[in-house]
Design a protein around this ligand. Structure first.
Ligand SMILES: Cc1cc2nc3c(=O)[nH]c(=O)nc-3n(C[C@H](O)[C@H](O)[C@H](O)COP(=O)(O)O)c2cc1C
Length: 204
């Protein structure tokens, strides 16, 4: 099949676009507002985009009933965010933090999660997540958006500190089989990182 996205005439019951970009890592982003209220939400339009210095991005689409997405508002207001690794054992908590709750609700508390302080930025970390990246907001890029009261943006952050739980370190490497990260597919589907293989790159 082929369809032009301008008409979105794929003829399928659900838009297949996100099923074609898989698996997407989930950036589980914690921020605080100007009053220190903690916000936590998952973003699967998320990735690392540079290594030296390390930079990450997440993209926010649309809006909340109460306004634009709190994560973006907080990042732009305070200049800081933390990315927590979403793992199998925290999947229900992660899902709960995607609820469209007002900005003055502490979403760590709402999802029954324990916080851990960060070292270099104000937003706290999800204690039970084994990897956290402390980030400083670098730039927000506005994208085209079909709906006038919505906003599609890419938020780029500079990773200034990384926490890795010692229990993941085996022979000096991060062994992800020990925490089983989860990733987003299309529709309401997810994948779990269970099967890891190694492949050497060819020498020219
Ligand atoms: C696994 C998962 C991935 C998500 N990825 C995104 C995303 O990439 N971009 C986005 O705008 N919303 C995404 N959402 C929806 C947001 O998490 C949701 O709108 C949330 O309420 C935003 O919260 P905030 O306003 O506190 O930032 C995702 C939801 C889930 C469950």
């Amino acid at each position: 099949m082929f369809y032009e996205t301008v008409d979105n005439d794929h003829g399928l019951p659900h838009d297949p676009f996100k099923s074609c970009i898989v698996p997407r890592p989930i950036g589980w982003v914690s921020t605080v507002d100007g009053n220190g209220v903690v916000n936590l939400a998952p973003y699967s339009f998320f990735n690392g985009v540079a290594g030296n210095p390390p930079m990450v991005m997440f993209a926010s689409n649309g809006r909340q009933p109460h306004g634009l997405k709190d994560t973006v508002t907080n990042c732009e207001e305070t200049g800081e965010f933390v990315v927590n690794l979403a793992i199998w054992s925290l999947r229900e908590h992660m899902n709960q933090t995607s609820a469209p709750v007002p900005r003055d609700i502490d979403e760590m508390e709402l999802a029954n999660l324990t916080i851990a302080s960060s070292q270099l930025v104000k937003p706290p970390r999800v204690k039970d997540s084994p990897i956290h990246m402390e980030c400083r907001h670098f730039q927000t890029i506005d994208l085209p958006c079909d709906k006038p009261d919505h906003r599609n943006v890419i938020v780029i952050g500079h990773v200034v500190g990384i926490h890795i739980d010692e229990s993941l370190l085996v022979d000096g490497k991060v062994d992800l089989s020990r925490c089983r990260p989860i990733a987003r597919l299309g529709y309401m589907e997810y994948a779990r990182v269970d099967y890891i293989f190694t492949m050497e790159r060819p020498i020219a």
